[in-house]
Design a protein around this ligand. Structure first.
Ligand SMILES: [Zn+2]
Length: 747
């Protein structure tokens, strides 16, 4: 008889080993008292120049973003780093050289960074870090002194002059986009220009640079800010006319630019389809039918193979309202001796990883910090931070979600009279909507919608039917004890939807702030409760309005900034706008974000339903949050898609893989979570002790320990649970209290 497969044997062996670990635990803990505890491996380190201000945007945008993503990040000065010498590799788990903050670097510092990597360190080297010497000159070698570390040459001013920095789309395969935390729809299929078009014209775009602006960020600032304000919609692929109008240069490609795109294509072929998958074996995915009215769940074990061919498709990073976006980056030359993540069709390597000595370097040839702090475009920064912490350093992180359960905010914008009754009322009365949610439902309450006196608004103060919808939706007044889901009510703009949305600017607060107050007052007169959520009509949210909202106690708002990212605190023009008010970017689907735009852009129900289902899978697999918004008439016209979206959510919820969240819930949890203090130390036997506290409460705060780095954790103090269902992480969730302690043996 052939030997039969006995899975229980495997289980027994595993649990015995586990038992052994548990039995020796007291011994290991006892040893801890006397042993010298090694430094934490659960924090990244940001290298900043001596004397750098930690509150300058160039530094703070990194510390803020890391905190928002649940990643511990310390700063270290050049002097302190140099003083570590050869001990740096054993002391610092992952080192980041930021863009914009560290353009100048001494030869000694460059050498020390290389020594760190060579000795086993993990480095994320960002854009213009070290582009100039400590005296502010280009390196005499004619290229960045980090070129040999990265493996391609860049910052080649003597050689390339006006073509040092290129501008154009950034391209990667879909699986990599997902791995970089870019949700489906934050990229569009990449269409290569026809070969003859490429050869016939000099169609490459360049950013003028010099040693006072070696990465071109000062030059690009006005253009990037215009894009942030939605002014220039033509910045996707620049036409020659736009390029010359913006004083960008239009020139021949650099002939020997790194062929990163073809290298990426051959990487995909070499590994074969599933062997190259970046998916996990517990990742979920589903396929919808052509009409978008039904879906079929893929078994998680089959997800990597089912998605293999679409994961290999080439995509360009895109933005809401724009479609394909261009970014600027150093032209690289030479063949990259590593794994290409993102590439430029014209200018070479945009991001990639490479082994160097005993360590590894992740080169990100984009000014990530600049794009978040100045350009309100933070998805790439958050994505690369996540990737570096999770996949390169393999460190423990906090999940951004309560209990680590990913989910979506379903944000309803009820703009006018028809929208509330009959549309919203009728949608919420549908069978499939019963007890689903909670959703974030925002109302524009004034009598007019476009022009004064048009009478198209809901006129909430004088509209009993609309008042009834508000009360029922938020379970206020006579509905306080009624059964059914309690949704979160929010304010949508300034009383007259379009008039405010199209005319409020940074300089006319005196005219338009009273309209914001009118809208809040009208709603709060009905709910008798202060509102905690807001969405700006047409996405137009001037700084004065945002500041007023925070003072008024609003904790969560929708935003068209940072599209593709999870909840964040917004930056504008190099300053963080709020302390406690969290902004949730809309999830874009290419140029579109909601049903009316899908109609406008010819997106079928089957396609939009597939995107919504993919978005659910994305937040579930990545244990993160994103926001989808719609209007009642748009939803009414695509009810089959809405039904699929809501019913699949319920199915995923039933197995603990998804939750709906309101903006206020995400904001409250995020604000409490970032106040968590935690640290870890490891004794000589490899036992790591994690200690955490929170001034308010640790309830639902969740640590994700990489299985590749730790054996099963055990809670040794406070109240918490350990989940073993994730294929790549152990999840430790605090149940209550303000402190917790747990231990895990390093592998
Ligand atoms: Zn609206």
């Amino acid at each position: 008889m052939p030997p039969t497969f006995a899975p229980w044997r495997f289980l027994v062996r595993r649990s015995r080993r586990l038992m052994a670990a548990l039995l020796v635990l007291p011994l290991l803990l006892a040893f801890n008292a006397g042993a010298h505890a090694a430094a934490s491996r659960d924090s990244l380190t940001l290298l900043v120049p001596d004397g750098a201000s930690l509150s300058s945007w160039q530094v703070q945008v990194w510390t803020d973003s890391a905190a928002e993503e649940g990643i511990q990040l310390k700063t270290i000065t050049d002097s302190a780093f140099l003083a570590l010498g050869a001990r740096a590799a054993g002391t610092i788990a992952g080192l980041i050289l930021p863009d914009s903050a560290h353009i100048q670097a001494s030869d000694a510092l460059v050498a020390a960074v290389k020594q760190y990597v060579s000795g086993g360190g993990k480095l994320m080297l960002t854009y213009d870090a070290g582009a100039l010497t400590d005296n502010g000159f280009y390196s005499l070698g004619g290229k960045s002194r980090f070129s040999d570390l990265v493996g391609v040459d860049y910052v080649q001013y003597d050689l390339l002059r006006d073509r040092v920095v290129g501008f154009g789309p950034i391209v990667g395969n879909k699986g990599r986009m997902d791995n970089l935390s870019l949700p489906p729809g934050k990229y569009v299929p990449y269409a290569a220009p026809a070969a003859n078009a490429r050869a016939a014209t000099s169609n490459a775009v360049f950013v003028p640079t010099n040693r006072f602006d070696p990465g071109g960020s000062q030059f690009m600032r006005a253009i990037v800010e215009a894009r942030a304000n939605g002014i220039s919609t033509s910045l996707a692929r620049l036409s020659p006319a736009t390029a010359s109008a913006s004083q960008l240069r239009y020139d021949l490609n650099v002939g020997n630019a790194t062929q990163a795109l073809s290298q990426l294509l051959s990487q995909l072929l070499n590994f074969g389809n599933t062997g190259n998958s970046l998916r996990q074996t517990d990742d979920i995915s589903a396929v919808v039918n052509a009409s978008g009215t039904a879906w079929t769940e893929n078994p998680p074990a089959l997800t990597p193979s089912r998605l293999a061919s679409s994961d290999a498709e080439m995509q360009s990073v895109s933005g809401y309202g724009f479609g394909e976006l261009s970014y600027y980056h150093f032209v690289t030359t030479g063949t990259f001796p590593g794994n290409v993540f993102l590439s430029s069709p014209s200018h070479g390597l945009v991001a990639g990883e490479r082994a160097y000595g005993s360590g590894k370097v992740l080169f990100v040839n984009i000014p990530l910090g600049f794009f978040k702090a100045i350009g309100t475009d933070g998805a790439l920064m958050h994505g690369f931070l996540n990737h570096f912490a999770r996949d390169q350093v393999a460190m423990t992180r906090l999940s951004v979600q309560p209990k680590g359960i990913g989910g979506l905010v379903y944000n309803w914008h009820v703009d006018d009279g028809d929208d509330v009754v009959p549309d919203f009322r009728n949608i919420m009365a549908q069978d499939f909507m019963q007890n689903q949610g909670p959703f974030s439902v925002h109302f524009t309450a004034g009598p007019d919608v476009v022009t004064p006196g048009d009478g198209m608004g809901m006129n909430l103060p004088n509209n009993p039917a609309a008042q009834d919808v508000v009360l029922k939706t938020g379970k206020f007044g006579k509905y306080a004890r009624a059964s059914g889901m309690q949704h979160e009510i929010g304010s949508h703009g300034g009383w007259n939807h379009d008039l405010y949305g199209l005319n409020a600017t940074e300089t006319n607060a005196a005219t338009y702030l009273p309209w914001v107050l009118l809208n809040f007052n009208a709603l709060e007169n009905v709910t008798k409760t202060p509102l905690r959520e807001y969405s700006a009509p047409v996405g137009n949210n001037p700084s004065w309005a945002t500041r007023w909202l925070e003072q008024h106690g609003v904790v969560g708002m929708y935003t068209v900034s940072n599209t593709g990212a999870a909840a964040t605190r917004e930056w504008r023009a190099g300053a963080r706008l709020t302390d406690k008010l969290w902004a949730m970017p809309i999830a874009p689907f290419g140029k579109s974000a909601t049903f009316e735009e899908f109609d406008l852009n010819g997106i079928s129900d089957g396609t939009s339903a597939q995107w919504l289902v993919d978005l659910q899978s994305f937040v579930s697999n990545n244990r993160t949050n994103r926001l989808f918004y719609n209007h009642p008439p748009g939803a009414m016209a695509h009810l089959g898609v809405v039904k699929t979206f809501v019913k699949r959510a319920a199915a995923l919820q039933a197995v603990g893989r998804f939750d709906w969240y309101t903006l206020a819930e995400i904001a409250d949890f995020s604000q409490r979570r970032i106040q968590t203090n935690w640290s870890s130390s490891t004794n000589a036997l490899g036992l790591t002790t994690f200690v955490a506290s929170n001034p308010v409460s640790l309830t639902d705060v969740t640590w994700m320990l990489p299985r590749s780095a730790y054996w099963l954790p055990v809670v040794t103090g406070g109240s918490g649970t350990v989940s073993v269902t994730d294929s790549t992480h152990w999840l430790v969730t605090a149940k209550s209290g303000t402190s917790i302690q747990f231990v895990a043996l390093q592998r």
